[in-house]
Design a protein around this ligand. Sequence first.
Ligand code: GLU
Length: 426
Amino acid sequence: MSTIQEKKPASMYDNVMQQYYKVAERINLNENIKKILAITNNEIIIHFPVKMDNGDVKIFTGYRVQHNNALGPYKGGLRYHPSIDVSDAKALAMWMTWKTSLAGLPFGGAKGGIQLDPRDHSLAELERITRRFTFALGENIGPEQDIPAPDVNTNEQTMAWILDTYMSTKSSSQRSHNQHVVTGKPVGAGGLEGRDRATGFGVYLSIKLLLAEQGKSLKGKRFIVQGFGNVGQWVSHFMIQEGAKLLAVQDAHASLINENGIDVDQLIEHTKPRKGSIQGFIGAEEIEPKRFFGLDCDILIPAALGNQINQQNAYDIKANIIAEGANGPITGEGENIILEKGITIIPDILCNSGGVIGSYFEWLQNRNGELWQLEEVMRKIEKKFSENFSKVAKAVEEHQTDWRTASYILAISRIETAYRQRGIFP
Ligand code: GLU
């Protein structure tokens, strides 16, 4: 049985709209701009056939939702998950618009994916599915139009297939101008050194910076992580380097605890031949999944799917800090309970923005025909992320509000300014 909820009690779309209207009202957002930001510009739904290994043809459904491009080309990940639908893609696209705006990047927001469980498919099938979907998307994506990146269950390999398929449709003289059609590519295919760890690094930085504001450090802090994919693994890696302890970890298959701290490197090795699953790891004990969020710890990092923390489990939470590695992991009702308890939430659009900041550097690197070194990249991500964090910290003080509301105020205000300056065509 899956421990991560497959069926969502409240939709992520309801959640993001509620967050949006709350802040729009608070900042007295111009009525016309409010109407524009409430809708998604384009919602692309594609049904497409792919030949399976056994010769049968199967029909898949893929999505790409482009919320807003006032600040630059649409930007955001592609996820492969049985639960992705147009409503989730709309919510996730909207979160990307706020995220890129808050991060001060020249991008808008988009998100998409394909409704499938990657564990049901061979690598060869996943390649054909990805290439066929990319071909069907055609010019809806492009280096100056809409730039996909990895998300849940997609990775640098997925991006390499998209890149190759997209470039194959161009004449040979045009190919090199199109390398930045996706970010999160393998380094050998024009990817950025360090993009793989950028999201987890940002999540770790956000926790470190918040603790520093309170005059504390990560040393000896106990943290728990839900989801042990790219974000969960890298954030754990950086946290333990600073002396924090990984008390427990949960994925769709198991919930594990070790009071002395879980060995992160060993756990990563364990997941490799098991399609990413933590199940069966001998360096920790298995516990009942429903006990997970209530474990006695300092920091909780949801790094899996949306709507995981809700009114059913929010009361149990003992952590003082929740760092949202995932997008939309807390429902509106869950959030009210958590804030009432005095827990600080570092919101997704700030907390996990290290990923898209890394993507921006990859896009720039390709656009300028440059190759950057790992050290330089990490320094640049740290600088940009820390500056953004400070702006939000200042807004929290100035508006006497929580971190999500402060982040939304900054994100929406930047887009409002762009619309005010440019006006609305025609
Ligand atoms: N999927 C990541 C996110 O949700 C990265 C997006 C990107 O780099 O474009 O932020």
